[in-house]
Design a protein around this ligand. Structure first.
Ligand code: F6P
Length: 514
């Protein structure tokens, strides 16, 4: 048994689980008129209500004791101080420094941000133009994982709300169709290709970059390179690819890809929105940093959400968590959180390299509401799975007010129905209810509120790693598949199992595939 599951706080939570096993959420609300207010917090542009979670005051107290026992505050201090908390790579996790105006926002953070600002403003204003003297009209971001998901999410969420008129598209997949779609209808003479890759070695991105460069060369010839920019920690590889030296935007090793939207990786988002909107995004994230660093345990949103995830996962047995943003603008939020959470905490050994004997990251899934109601909500209401849900709702919206009211009504109704259920009637009509959820309300979708939301999830992920005593900042698990794929792509299959070897031949259309 690990020290963690034998620790006093863990044992107390285990005992408490049995203690409140028969309590229903509707019963808890009936017994306590002040419950909703007590289990809600307003922080900046966010309002978070976790009163529909299966917790009592005692649960929250025992969870806070677990946070203290796990030294969450000490690890928080070490992260913000730039200590090498990524112990397997001996690196810091300094994504907060990217939006920190003083403290340890080192010179290179400021230098890179100034390089970004000048470039973004010049491209948008037309001061920087393409090889044929035409202003840029479109940007295509080539990246995958954290080099795609953050800027894609931000650009789509705030599309049309900034001061840029550029068309910005994103390509991530090795599938040629992805780049073909992104380039469809664009003119090489007015298109900027941004290659985002911390390593400048991810095969999908390098392959897409080569294809995009050929697309540019087909029209621009040798001057195609003036339509390239790169965001990378591997400057020599970018220069070797043909990117001009003043178009290489550096990334620091201490910034994990899934935490990097605040870095130069956010360049395409800044081009899509304008520099002022990008700085407002940083301002929002900085506000959440301040909250995380200063709010007391009982009012600290990242810590509360992380503790609720531990309670649902490690004590109530949830195998997954569903994120339901009731907003088409936030359609990329689920995939962004999937990488952030599961690439950070999908681990099975602790910080001391010992196998863990408890569950770590839950499976993160979900989809945009209200569409998801016509897809998987049946399982959420009547299925055999215990799936805690996180709703994200926008209070104020510039679109059609009637549609917005309908959207909000559906979100609130779903959370209420999951909690109350419908215990009466014929069995096939009954929903058991007592299914927990948290609802996060954004006052309005702005760069600031989006920055606060993303930073909240970043810090929740970090705290969960501390609580599970794991390193949230490496991702060794993705290396094995990458290595096999690389050997296959280079024609050296090595010792492939018979199934994979036959499938490879068949997928390549080779004759005699049996
Ligand atoms: O998925 C593995 C990973 O290394 C991510 O952590 C990273 O965001 C992505 O691949 C892309 O890596 P790079 O930015 O080096 O191309």
């Amino acid at each position: 048994m690990s020290r963690l599951t034998q620790s006093p706080a863990w044992i107390a939570l285990e005992a408490h689980r049995h203690e409140i096993a028969d309590q229903s959420l509707t019963g808890l609300f009936s017994a306590d008129p002040g419950r909703a207010a007590r289990f809600s917090i307003e922080c900046g542009d966010l309002f978070v209500d976790w009163s529909k979670q299966r917790v009592t005051d005692k649960t929250m107290q025992l969870l806070r004791t677990f946070a203290v026992q796990s030294d969450v505050a000490g690890w928080r201090t070490r992260m913000f101080a730039g200590d090498a908390i990524n112990n397997t790579e001996n690196r810091a996790a300094l994504h907060s420094a990217l939006r920190d105006e003083d403290a340890i926002a080192t010179e290179d953070v400021r230098t890179v941000r100034e390089q970004m600002r000048r470039f973004v403003e010049s491209v948008i204003s037309g001061d920087i133009r393409g090889a044929r003297g035409k202003p840029f009209a479109a940007v295509v971001n080539l990246g995958i994982g954290g080099s795609d998901s953050g800027p894609r999410l931000v650009a789509h969420a705030l599309h049309g709300l900034g001061e840029s008129g550029l068309t910005v598209r994103f390509t991530a997949n090795a599938d040629a169709a992805d780049l073909d779609y992104a380039l469809d209808g664009l003119d090489p003479a007015t298109t900027l290709i941004v290659v985002a890759s911390k390593t400048f070695g991810t095969v999908e991105t390098v392959n897409n970059a080569r294809r995009a460069r050929e697309w540019l060369r087909g029209t621009l010839g040798a001057s195609a390179e003036t339509h390239l920019a790169a965001i990378t920690a591997n400057r020599p590889a970018a220069l070797d690819f043909g990117v001009a030296t003043d178009r290489v935007f550096p990334m620091q090793d201490s910034i994990g890809g899934r935490f990097s939207v605040w870095s130069a990786v956010g360049l395409s988002a800044a081009l899509a929105l304008g520099w002022n909107s990008f700085e407002r995004l940083l301002t929002g994230a900085r506000a959440m940093d301040t909250h995380f660093r200063t709010a007391p345990l009982e009012a600290n949103l990242p810590i509360i959400l992380a503790l609720l995830s531990v309670w649902n996962t490690n004590f109530l047995g949830a195998q997954s968590e569903a994120l339901l943003p009731y907003s088409e603008r936030l359609r990329d939020l689920v995939s962004w959180l999937q990488q952030l959470s599961m690439e950070s905490n999908g681990k099975s050994v602790d910080r001391d390299d010992n196998p863990v004997d408890y569950t770590t990251a839950p499976i993160i899934w979900g989809g945009t509401g209200s569409t998801s109601q016509h897809s998987f909500h049946q399982l959420l209401h009547q299925g055999m799975r215990f799936v805690p849900v996180e709703f994200v709702v926008l209070a104020d919206y510039d679109g059609d007010s009637g549609s917005h009211d309908l959207l909000v009504a559906n979100a609130i109704a779903q959370a209420a129905a999951l909690m109350t259920g419908s215990p009466d009637g014929q069995p096939h009509r009954r929903s058991p209810g007592n299914r927990p959820s948290t609802t996060i309300v954004l006052r309005k979708l702005t760069p600031e509120s989006l920055g606060q939301l993303l930073a909240l999830f970043e810090h929740r992920t970090f705290v969960n790693g501390v609580l599970w005593n794991i390193n949230s900042f490496d991702q060794w698990g993705v290396e094995l598949g990458k290595g096999i794929a690389r050997r296959l792509a280079e024609g050296h299959p090595g010792e492939l199992d018979p199934s994979s070897a036959a499938l490879l031949r068949r997928a390549r259309g080779e004759s005699g595939t049996r």
